[in-house]
Design a protein around this ligand. Structure first.
Ligand code: ADP
Length: 374
């Protein structure tokens, strides 16, 4: 009977609760014992009442609730071996031999490190008398680890979509729609800053969904027409925004991702965009930073679905897991649930940032979307 610990870690995202619900209930159906670990890795390090056995009713109502009810945290101690030793102690004391982590690339990396160190950590606890051999007897030599990606940014390579991204996109669209009506009334321009430090998915999708004039992304720095504009993205943007005004538009919407850069990797900030629109086009321009509103609230139908089908697969992956197979990350490709080696996905994600830092923007786009279906 496998004892499966479930934790949510890193930044919260809508649908994390739905995944906790699915993992809990499928685990029960498959004869396993689920445990909720509160406050991410902090709960694992602290133990005690932060690790709680869950039953069917503990996750009642979870589908429609945003964020993560079992809590999340950034946990500095877990980055150290000493912290992971405490985590191992608490896992052994609770007899937990599998972990499903819902988080971003940092959280999944932490899980992989714990797994790699697992045997050594267990041996150390036994050797120093903190746990007995008998307490470890029912544990296998390996700790099964499975990752689900909860992230509003959709910033993980090797999966088409992450849990929470679509809900955040909905919130952005609603907010920009509200701005659009006032912009139109006053013939104003709005520069809207959206989240996405390294990944422009939210900005790009929102730009399409609200009909923005211009979008500034981390992966595709302007100007797009370098032959004509050189490095002067401001002029390219002003020409395009101005053209729509000439065609009769009464408003201008420019979306700027938090991590937007120009071709020299210099950050593009909303105030700079505002100044260009005022100076070159004389537009009455306001800046709106959407901030934490974007984190979501109640998850949209798609995130509930995504978290649920991936949660089902996470339990199956725990049951399939062997010592010799790499820890899997559950993702989506072409509308199918897939399982890929977790660290391959993390490494690909990091290579996107590296490609951008080398100004290889084409490679960055390709690495976002490799073919994992085969
Ligand atoms: P995300 O999971 O959203 O990328 P973070 O990078 O902040 O968010 O990671 C969340 C938590 O995961 C950290 O607070 C830390 O406890 C753990 N973690 C992240 N990176 C590592 C690492 N390299 N080694 C061990 N633990 C890590």
């Amino acid at each position: 009977q496998k004892r499966i610990g479930i934790l949510t870690s890193g930044g919260d995202s809508s649908g994390m609760n739905a995944s906790v619900r699915a993992i809990t209930r499928v685990a029960l159906q498959r004869g396993c014992i689920p445990f909720a670990i509160y406050e991410g890795y902090q709960g694992l390090v602290d133990g005690g009442d932060k690790i709680k056995q869950f039953g069917w009713e503990n996750v009642r109502g979870y589908l429609a609730v945003g964020g993560t009810t079992i809590g999340t945290a950034r946990c500095v101690p877990f980055r150290t071996r000493e912290g992971r030793l405490k985590a191992t102690y608490n896992l052994i004391k609770n007899g937990i031999d599998a972990l499903v982590i819902v988080g971003g690339d940092g959280s999944l990396t932490g899980a992989d490190i714990l797994r790699a160190e697992w045997t050594g950590l267990v041996d150390e606890l036994v050797a120093t008398g903190r746990v007995t051999k008998a307490e470890c007897a029912h544990l296998r030599e390996d700790l099964a680890i499975v990752g689900l990606v909860g992230s509003i940014d959709n910033d993980m390579s090797a999966t088409d979509i992450t849990i929470g991204a679509v809900t955040s996109l909905h919130r952005i669209c609603e907010s920009v729609d509200s701005l659009t009506s006032t912009a139109q009334s006053h013939q104003r321009a709005f520069v809207v800053e959206v989240m996405g430090r390294h990944c422009g998915w939210l900005g790009l999708m929102a730009g399409i969904a609200v009909g923005a004039d211009w979008v500034c992304l981390p992966e595709r720095p302007p100007p797009l027409n370098q032959e004509k504009y050189g490095d002067d993205w401001g002029q390219e943007m002003a020409d395009i925004v101005g053209q729509y005004r000439t065609m009769g538009s009464r408003k201008s919407i420019i979306i700027v991702c938090e991590g937007a850069i120009d071709r020299n990797l210099k950050p593009i900030k909303p105030d700079e965009v505002k100044k260009v629109l005022e100076d070159k086009l004389g537009l009455d321009t306001r800046v709106t930073t959407l901030g934490h509103v974007q984190r979501g609230g109640s998850p949209c139908a798609f995130d509930r679905y995504l978290a649920t089908v991936q949660g089902v697969e996470a339990v199956e992956a725990v049951l399939r897991s062997t010592r010799d197979t790499p820890a899997p990350m559950i993702g989506m490709s072409q509308n199918m649930v897939i399982s890929v080696p977790l660290m391959d996905a993390v490494k690909l994600t990091h290579s996107v940032a590296e490609a951008i830092s080398r100004r290889d923007f084409k490679l960055a786009m390709d690495l976002r979307d490799p073919d994992f279906t085969s």
